[in-house]
Write a protein that binds this ligand. Structure first.
Ligand code: CA
Ligand code: CA
Ligand code: CA
Ligand code: CA
Length: 477
C-alpha cells in the first residue's frame, strides 16, 4: 500500500488519500499505479496515465453547496453561488501523457491541494444573496493585491490613502487608484528627488511684468499704467484718457498717458491741468500800448483815438477828419494828429496883416505899419509823436522867390524855449528843421520859423515867417 501511495507523500490531505483508496476497492475498474502521479490512473489498455475524474468517481466529492470541478490531476470544490461559469483556469499545458517511468515528485504541486490554485484568475460575478462559502484553500485570499474581500464576496479596492497604508512622503499627496495608489505633487509643486518643491514660476517668466512667488502658486501684477488681463499673467495698457484726466487734450501711451494743452495754455506741474499763459508777462513789446491777458490768449488795447492794427499789436491813429468822426464845424478845418484831432478855426489875420490865402497873411510893403514886420506869415500844422527819437528832420523850408544877388538866412525866431529844435541850412535857399531833443507830449508847440532875405546889392532886408504848430501826441506812436 505504501508503495502505491508513494505519490501522496507530498499531499497534505489524508482525506484525499482515503477517498482514492476507497474507490480502488469498490470499483476495481481503476488501478492506481505507482507509476502515475496523484490524480492520475494507469490505463492498461492505453498504457498511460490518465486523469481521474474525481467528480464522477467520488460520491460527494464536495460538500453542501460546493460544486465539484474536475481538474487535470485533481478537482476543485467551488461554491455554486459564486461562479456562474464553470471554472476553467488556464492551466499550463501538462506534459501529458506522463511517461510511464516518470514518477512525478509531487507532479503538480499547486493542484495537489485540489483548489485555490489560481485565485488571481477569478472573475468576480454579481453579488448574490446566498452566503458564500469558499473552497478550503491554504489561506490564500481570493482577491488580487490591492483589493480586499468584502462580506458580500466581492473584491473591493483598498483605499490606501484613506487607510493611511500608503508610502507617500509628507510633501506628497496620495491619490487612490483602482488596485493601488499614486503619490504626486499638488499643483504648483513638482517632484525633485522624491520631494515636492514649490515651482518658482517667477523664474520661468510666468508673469509678463511683476511676479510674486508663493508656496504652491504665484501671483502676477502689473506696473502702474497697466492692468492685469483675465489670464492673470499678461498686462494690458490702461487707456487713461477714457477717464478724461486732462484739462484739454489727452494722448494715451503704452503704460502712461500725456496731456497737452491748447494754444495759449501750459501744462501745470500736476501734468493734467492746463493753465493760461500770461503772454503779457513775457515781453513789454508784445503790444504797442497795453497788453491784457485773457484765458488762452491776450489782447492789445490802444488808447482813445487809436485802433488796433491788423497785426493785433500796433496802435493806429483814427483819422477822425477822414472818417468824419469829428466835431468840427463846416467853417473849421479838421486837423488830424496821432491820437486825436483838432478843429482849426478859419484864418484870421491880425492887423495890419491881410489874408492872402486860407493859410497865409501878408503885410503890404506900402503900409507903414508893416515896416519891420515879416512880409508874410504862413500857417502850417504838423503832428509829432511824443518821444520821437532824435535827431530827426521834421520840416523843410525853401525860398519860393529868389532875387538875384540875394541870400537867405533860416532861423527859429520863437517857440524854441526848450531848445528842442535846430534849424539846419541845407542850401542857400533851403533849410531843415531838426528835432534835437525828444519832446514829451501831449503838447502843442508853436514855432515861428523865419526866412530872412538879404540883398546887399539893392540894400534890401526882409523876412517871411512860417508859423508852425506842432501837435505832440501823448503816446509815442
Ligand atoms: Ca510658486
Ligand atoms: Ca496708457
Ligand atoms: Ca493768456
Ligand atoms: Ca487822429
Amino acid at each position: 500500500q505504501t508503495v502505491e501511495m508513494r505519490g501522496f507523500r507530498l499531499c497534505s490531505s489524508k482525506r484525499f488519500v482515503l477517498i482514492l483508496l476507497q474507490f480502488s476497492k469498490e470499483s476495481g475498474g481503476w488501478f492506481l499505479s505507482s507509476t502515475c502521479s496523484e490524480g492520475f490512473a494507469y490505463d492498461r489498455r492505453g498504457r498511460q496515465c490518465i486523469d481521474v475524474d474525481e467528480c464522477r468517481v467520488i460520491p460527494d466529492a464536495c460538500r453542501g453547496d460546493m460544486r465539484c470541478v474536475n481538474q487535470n490531476g485533481g478537482y476543485l470544490c467551488l461554491p455554486r453561488g459564486l461562479y456562474s461559469q464553470p471554472y476553467r483556469p488556464e492551466v499550463p499545458a501538462l506534459p501529458e501523457p506522463y511517461p510511464d517511468t516518470g514518477v512525478g515528485a509531487g507532479g503538480y504541486p499547486d493542484v495537489s491541494g485540489g483548489a485555490g490554485a489560481y485565485p488571481e484568475s477569478f472573475v468576480p460575478g454579481p453579488p448574490r444573496s446566498v452566503e458564500p462559502s469558499y473552497p478550503r484553500v491554504r489561506g490564500t485570499a481570493p482577491c488580487i493585491l490591492g483589493y480586499t474581500l468584502a462580506e458580500d464576496g466581492t473584491c473591493n479596492d483598498i483605499d490606501e490613502c484613506e487607510t493611511n497604508s500608503h508610502h507617500c512622503n509628507p510633501t506628497q499627496v496620495c491619490i487612490n487608484t483602482a488596485g493601488g495608489y499614486t503619490c504626486s505633487c499638488t499643483e504648483g509643486y513638482w517632484l525633485i528627488g522624491g520631494q515636492c518643491h514649490d515651482i518658482d514660476e517667477c523664474r520661468y517668466g510666468y508673469c509678463q511684468q511683476l511676479c510674486a512667488n508663493v508656496a504652491g502658486s504665484y501671483s502676477c501684477s502689473c506696473n502702474p499704467g497697466f492692468v492685469l488681463n483675465p489670464d492673470g499673467r499678461t498686462c494690458q495698457d490702461v487707456d487713461e484718457c477714457e477717464e478724461e484726466p486732462c484739462s484739454h487734450g489727452c494722448l494715451n501711451t503704452y503704460g502712461s498717458f500725456m496731456c497737452n494743452c491748447d494754444e495759449g495754455f501750459e501744462l501745470a506741474a500736476d501734468g493734467t491741468t492746463c493753465m493760461d499763459l500770461d503772454e503779457c508777462s513775457f515781453s513789454e513789446f508784445l503790444c504797442q500800448n497795453r497788453c491784457v491777458n485773457t484765458p488762452g490768449s491776450f489782447t492789445c488795447i490802444c488808447p482813445p483815438g487809436y485802433y488796433v492794427y491788423e497785426d493785433g499789436r500796433s496802435c493806429e491813429d483814427y483819422n477822425e477828419c477822414e472818417t468824419g468822426n469829428n466835431t468840427c464845424t463846416v467853417n473849421q478845418v479838421c486837423f488830424n494828429y496821432q491820437g486825436g484831432f483838432t478843429c482849426l478855426d478859419p484864418l484870421q489875420c491880425p492887423l495890419p496883416y491881410v489874408e492872402v490865402s486860407d493859410n497865409q497873411c501878408m503885410c503890404a510893403a506900402e503900409n507903414p505899419q508893416c515896416r519891420d514886420k515879416p512880409f508874410t506869415i504862413l500857417y502850417r500844422h504838423m503832428d509829432l509823436s511824443s518821444g520821437r527819437s532824435v535827431p530827426a528832420d521834421i520840416f523843410q523850408m525853401q525860398a519860393t522867390t529868389r532875387y538875384p544877388g540875394a541870400f537867405y538866412i533860416f532861423q527859429i525866431k520863437s517857440g524854441n524855449d526848450g531848445r528842442e529844435f535846430y534849424m539846419r541850412q541845407t542850401s542857400n535857399v533851403s533849410a531843415t528843421l531838426v528835432l534835437t531833443r525828444p519832446i514829451k507830449g501831449p503838447k502843442v508847440v508853436v514855432l515861428d520859423l523865419e526866412m530872412v532875405t538879404v540883398n546887399n546889392v539893392i540894400n534890401f532886408r526882409g523876412s517871411s515867417i512860417i508859423r508852425l504848430t506842432i501837435y505832440v501826441s501823448e503816446h509815442p506812436f
